[in-house]
Design a protein around this ligand. Sequence first.
Ligand SMILES: [Zn+2]
Length: 302
Amino acid sequence: MFEEAYKPPVSDGTGQDRKLLRDAGRLLGEAGWHVKDGKRVNANGEVFEIEFLIADPAMERILSGFVKNLQAIGVQTTIRRIDPGPIRFLVNTHVHPDHTAGNATFAKAGAVLLAREELREGLARQTAADPARLPVITYGMGDPVKFRMNGEVVELIPVRAAHTGGDTMIRFVNADAIMVGDFYRNFGYPFIDTNNGGSLKGALEALELTMKIAGPNTRLIPGHGTFINRTEIVPYRDMILAVQAKVQQLIGQGKTLPEVLAAKVTSPYDAKVPGGLLPAGNAGTSADRFVSMVYAQLKDGH
Ligand SMILES: [Zn+2]
C-alpha cells in the first residue's frame, strides 16, 4: 500500500491525511517495521501493537480517528475499557523520578502511596518538592506485603540493594505477571544506581530471585523495554558476569577506568542490546555507564 506514486495531501473528509500516513509508514519501515499481511512486523516477526486503556467511554470516539490511522499503516490497535473507579493504591518500584514523579498527582486523587522505607528516605532528601509525593505506608525487607482485591493477590516483594537501595517487585499472582522495576532492562545496558544504594551483587541476586519466583509462563515486565519470561534473564545475567570478569581482569592488569572504557568490553553484545550505545545521563553511553559502574564496584571490593 506504500508503493503507490506520490499524491499531494487530499482531504477526503475521513480525517486521513494520506501524505502523513505515507510518511509515517516510511519512517516505520526505516525503523525496521515492515508490512506483512497488513500488519507491521519487525525482523523477529513481532507484531507492532498499541492498546489504548480508557476509563471514560467518551474517549472512544475521540480515539477512533487515531485507531483508524494507525490501522491504515499496519499498526494493530485496540481500545480497552478499564475500571473507571478511583486508584486506591500506588506502589513505587524505586526512587527514580521517571517512576515517582506522578506520586503527588495520584495521592491528591486519593491513592495511598506505598514503598520501601529506603525509597521514602530518598524522596524525603529532595528539597522543595511537594510533600504529597511521599509514601504513606512503608515496609522493609522480609516477607512480601500482600493485597487481596478484585479477586487478585498482589505481592510487594522487597529486593535487597539492586537497581537502587529501595527496590520492590510487584507480583500479580493470578494474572501471573511481575513488574520487576529496573534491575532488569532490555533497552540499554544494565543501570545500577550505586549513588542511590544499588549494587552489582544485589542486582545479580535480584535476577536469581526473579528466576526462582517466576513460573515458566510468568510475564516479567521491566521498567524499560519489553515483556520477557524468566529464560530471557539467563543471557542477561551471563552478559553481566562476562563483563564483570573482563573488567576484573583489566583491573588485575592495573588498567585505569578510561583504559577499561577504551577496551570496549561490551562489544560482543552491542548489536544485541537496543539503545546500548545511546547516551545515558552524563556518563557517556549506556555501555560506558554500565562498565564504569562495574569498575567502581569491583574497585570498592564488592
Ligand atoms: Zn530507574
